[in-house]
Design a protein around this ligand. Structure first.
Ligand code: SAH
Length: 228
């Protein structure tokens, strides 16, 4: 890593974390050890990972583990993804400030908050009503005005607000849902784990001149996409 790059990152770290509490320190450590060291380079992604308080998105009794290198249970048999996977998927989307993003699988709302720090609007769909309601309330409490949460089957996307410049799916279907391909804007990027549990691959899907191009990124382990 170049010295200038490291210096720049330290400037971000210091400016983003003026109030030093226990969680802030853990978050800075998380970003250094799990995000930067493993090769995430997008400055906006790093900044968002420093800013969003991950401990607010996990159950109270698990807050001390919020910055560890692993997924955590959030109730209803679901999980909040490992921080590195959140950062990697976000970086793969190559977001612009004007982008409108569709997320399938709101879960805790953490990934939606990361996206909302970087892009213009986030539309997120969660199939389980208790999780959808909880995430909606938390994101409102945290002051996010550019996130819309809906309870429904994300296989169908959110046609009313399509097309989306970026789509992120955080539960794994066995194939890429056709409605999501349709709702991806020309030039848009989608990241999606695909395959039967536990053999899933993270795919980057891009739409160029109406055609779909797929690239395999890494093997991953996500909860399966449920259907209504
Ligand atoms: N992005 C989340 C992680 C979510 S885990 C976070 O940051 O916390 C995957 C989520 O996808 C679970 O909450 C699960 O209930 C949801 N899910 C599963 N099938 C779905 C579907 N068909 N539509 C929408 N959400 C779905």
């Amino acid at each position: 890593m170049s010295k200038i790059f490291i210096f720049f990152l330290y400037l971000i770290l210091i400016s983003s974390c003026s109030i030093q509490d226990n969680y802030t320190q853990k978050r800075v450590e998380m970003v250094k050890a799990q995000i930067i060291t493993r090769g995430i380079r997008d400055k906006e992604v790093i900044r968002a990972m420093l800013r969003v308080e991950r401990h607010r998105f996990v159950p109270k009794h698990l807050r001390n583990f919020a910055y560890e290198d692993r997924p955590l249970p959030i109730g209803e048999g679901q999980t909040i993804s490992q921080p590195y996977i959140v950062a990697l998927m976000t970086e793969l989307l190559r977001l612009n400030p004007q982008d409108r993003i569709l997320e399938i699988g709101t879960g805790s709302g953490y990934q939606a908050a990361i996206l909302a720090e970087i892009a213009k609007e986030v539309y997120t769909v969660e199939i389980l009503p208790t999780l959808a309601e909880r995430a909606k309330n938390l994101l409102e409490d945290l002051g996010y005005k550019n996130i819309r949460v809906k309870c429904g089957d994300g296989y169908l996307g959110w046609p009313e607000y399509a097309p989306f410049e970026a789509i992120i799916v955080t539960c794994a279907p066995e194939h890429i849902p056709q409605p999501l391909i349709t709702q991806l804007a020309e030039g848009g990027r989608m990241v999606i784990p695909v395959g039967k549990f536990p053999y899933q691959k993270l795919l980057l899907v891009e739409k160029k001149e109406g055609k779909i191009k797929k690239k395999e990124i890494i093997p991953v382990l996500f909860v399966p996409m449920l259907r209504r």
